[in-house]
Design a protein around this ligand. Structure first.
Ligand SMILES: [Zn+2]
Length: 192
């Protein structure tokens, strides 16, 4: 099983998950410090023995460009929309073979719509084809939820599992409410 490490900015803002090897490299190079370790596990390199990092913090603050945070990816888009077609309401698990979730633009790209969070929704390929390049009003297809830009970290957690020490840092920075929301998206599996 893939075990990632939560990386925090110098400000303690949770940034992302990094693979364990990358996390260790950052620590060994002095670019990050370990703030939480998995007890009882160690990693040995030629010169040192390190605790197994669960949460690391970058020693220097990095600016994360808004552009990067705002990028629409299907992984995050589908998670935002709870893996549910926003037109027919079917969940991914209810799709037939050869059907799949796709990205639909409310205002079609061909008509000046932008590839931004507030203009994209999850749609099954059937509904996406039916809507074609028409405006929602023209074909009377309206999404179940008006799309909005999701919280970046919120979404990155929607597709991963939190370990308790990692969850603590999300709670510290974003509050218990955000953590509860994230868990409701992840499902009961996350409530270890
Ligand atoms: Zn559909």
């Amino acid at each position: 099983m893939f075990v990632g490490c939560l990386a925090l900015n110098a400000s303690f803002e949770p940034l992302t998950m990094v693979p364990m090897r990358r996390a260790l490299r950052l620590v060994i190079d002095g670019k990050a410090e370990i703030v939480e370790a998995d007890h009882g596990k160690v990693v040995r390199s030629e010169r040192m023995t390190l605790p197994h990092p669960a949460v690391i913090r970058l020693t220097r603050f990095i600016h994360v460009p808004r552009k990067f945070r705002r990028q629409v990816t299907n992984t995050f888009l589908f998670a935002r929309d709870h893996y549910q077609c926003q037109y027919c309401g079917r969940h991914q698990s209810a799709l037939k073979p050869r059907e799949s979730l796709t990205r639909d633009h409310l205002i079609p790209l061909s008509r000046g719509g932008l590839n931004q969070w507030n203009n994209v929704v999850t749609a099954c390929n059937h509904c996406n084809t039916r809507k074609g390049n028409r405006m929602p009003n023209e074909i009377d297809m309206h999404p179940l939820h008006q799309p909005t830009e999701p919280h970046f970290v919120h979404l990155s957690w929607a597709v991963r599992r939190l370990t308790p020490p990692q969850a603590k840092y999300i709670e510290l920075f974003y509050g218990a409410e955000t953590l509860a929301e994230i868990r409701s998206i992840e499902g009961p599996r996350a409530l270890l």
